[in-house]
Design a protein around this ligand. Structure first.
Ligand code: HEC
Length: 112
């Protein structure tokens, strides 16, 4: 029970930090998209358990935005991600990046 509470507290704090740290991106809208499309490969909340599919949880929002734009434009090559990125609008990319950036995970990044 205490473990569960702690987990939710951390997640709540992460959501608040993620929401305040970036101007763009609707976390709730991003969550809907992430839970329906991206979860198949990137795991629940972006915590992929398949080594081939990168973890997205806790990644920098700006990194995720850049990666998705680059897949969409073809600057970054991935036959798999090109298809998914092609269907995303600029707004979708902002939202979904805000969502994954705000998730708790074991990805290590520098302090923001
Ligand atoms: C069919 C499996 C699959 C699905 C579904 C999928 N991805 Fe991916 N994704 C991958 C793979 C594989 C890579 C690694 C591609 C590469 O080598 O650049 C990747 C890479 C990424 C990256 C770059 C991560 C990094 O660390 O550089 C982002 C961001 C990303 N995906 C976001 C998404 C989002 C958002 C969705 C949902 C709209 C999604 N993906 C759906 C398989 C998938």
């Amino acid at each position: 029970m205490i473990r569960a509470l702690t987990h939710w507290t951390v997640l709540g704090a992460a959501l608040v930090v993620g929401g305040n740290a970036h101007a763009g991106g609707d976390i709730e809208a991003g969550k809907k998209l992430g839970e329906t499309v991206c979860v198949a490969c990137h795991g629940v909340d972006g915590n992929s358990v398949i080594p081939m599919n990168p973890k997205l949880a806790g990644q920098y929002q700006s990194y995720l935005v850049q990666a998705l734009r680059d897949y969409r434009s073809g600057d970054r090559k991935s036959p798999i991600m090109a298809g998914f990125a092609a269907s995303l609008t600029d707004e979708d990319i902002e939202n979904i990046s805000a969502y994954f950036a705000a998730q708790d995970g074991d990805l290590k990044t520098l302090d923001r």
